[in-house]
Design a protein around this ligand. Structure first.
Ligand SMILES: C[S@@+](CC[C@H](N)C(=O)[O-])C[C@H]1O[C@@H](n2cnc3c(N)ncnc32)[C@H](O)[C@@H]1O
Length: 226
C-alpha cells in the first residue's frame, strides 16, 4: 500500500470525527450510536444528513459550514479519501460533521428507523455491469427506507446518464414523488433561485471537477421514497 495512504489511515485512527467500526461479512453487529447519533454523538437534537459515497466529503463539509444547525455524516469505504474532508473539518472546528468508514450496503445497521432526515448521493458509481450495486437500485432504496424519515429527501447529483435514467425508472416504477429534475443543472439554474440553494448546488466534488473538465453535463434530481 502507498506510504501516503498508510499515513492517512494511521492519522484517521486519532481523528475524533472519524468512526471506523470493524465489519464482519454480516456487517457491524451492535453499533454504539445506532438510535443515539443525536443524543450521544452530536449531543444535540438537530436533523441528520448523510452523504453516501462521500469520497473526500465535499458535500458533508460544505453543507456543515452552511448549516450549523444540522448534523452531517459522510459515508464511504475508502479511508484515504475521507481523510481529506475529515482533516478539513477538524481544522475548521466544524463539530457538526463526522465520517463513517463502512460499506453503504450495511447502512441500515448504523441508524434506527426515522433517524435520518436527508441523503445526498454525489457522483455515485454508475455500476454499468452491476445494476443492483447502484446506490439508487431497488435494493439500496429499500435500505434507505429503513432509516430515512417520512418526507425525507434524497438528492442525486451525477454526470452519468445511465445512473440518472435508472434512478428515474425507479422513481416512476414506484411512484416516488419527484421534487426536482434537471438534465443540465448548470445550464438550467433559474435566475431567481435563492442564493443558498444556488451555492449548495454549485458545491463541486472531486469527481464533479474531473467530469466537468472532460465536458460532462451535470444532472441533478431530488425525490422522496415515503
Ligand atoms: C465516483 S466516487 C465519488 C466520490 C465523491 N462523492 C465525489 O463526488 O468526488 C464514488 C465513491 O463511492 C464509494 N462507494 C461506492 N459504493 C460504495 C459502497 N457500497 N459502500 C461504501 N462506499 C462506496 C467509493 O468508495 C467512492 O469513494
Amino acid at each position: 500500500m502507498a506510504k501516503n495512504k498508510l499515513r492517512r489511515f494511521r492519522e484517521m485512527e486519532d481523528f475524533p470525527n472519524c468512526l471506523q467500526p470493524e465489519l464482519s461479512p454480516q456487517g457491524v453487529g451492535d453499533f454504539e450510536f445506532r438510535g443515539k447519533w443525536r443524543s450521544d454523538y452530536f449531543k444535540n437534537d438537530h436533523p441528520i444528513v448523510l452523504e453516501l459515497g462521500c469520497g473526500k466529503g465535499e458535500y458533508a463539509v460544505g453543507l456543515a459550514r452552511k448549516y450549523p444547525n444540522k448534523n452531517f455524516i459522510g459515508v464511504d469505504i475508502k479511508g484515504a479519501r475521507m481523510w481529506v474532508g475529515a482533516r478539513e473539518a477538524l481544522e475548521e472546528n466544524l463539530n457538526n460533521v463526522s465520517f463513517l468508514r463502512t460499506k453503504i450496503d450495511f447502512i441500515a445497521q448504523f441508524f434506527e428507523p426515522n433517524e435520518v432526515d436527508e441523503i445526498w448521493l454525489t457522483f455515485s458509481d454508475p455500476q454499468p455491469a452491476k445494476p443492483r450495486k447502484r446506490l439508487t437500485s431497488r435494493l439500496f432504496i429499500e435500505r434507505y427506507m429503513k432509516l430515512l424519515k417520512p418526507g425525507g429527501v434524497i438528492h442525486l447529483k451525477t454526470d452519468s446518464d445511465l445512473l440518472f435514467e435508472s434512478t428515474l425508472e425507479q422513481i416512476e416504477e414506484h411512484a416516488y414523488p419527484l421534487l426536482e429534475c434537471s438534465w443540465d443543472l448548470y445550464g438550467e439554474l433559474p435566475e431567481d433561485l435563492d442564493e443558498t440553494t444556488r451555492e449548495i448546488l454549485e458545491i463541486k466534488t472531486h469527481y464533479e471537477q474531473l467530469f466537468t473538465a472532460r465536458g460532462s453535463v451535470i444532472k441533478y434530481l431530488r425525490f422522496q421514497i415515503h
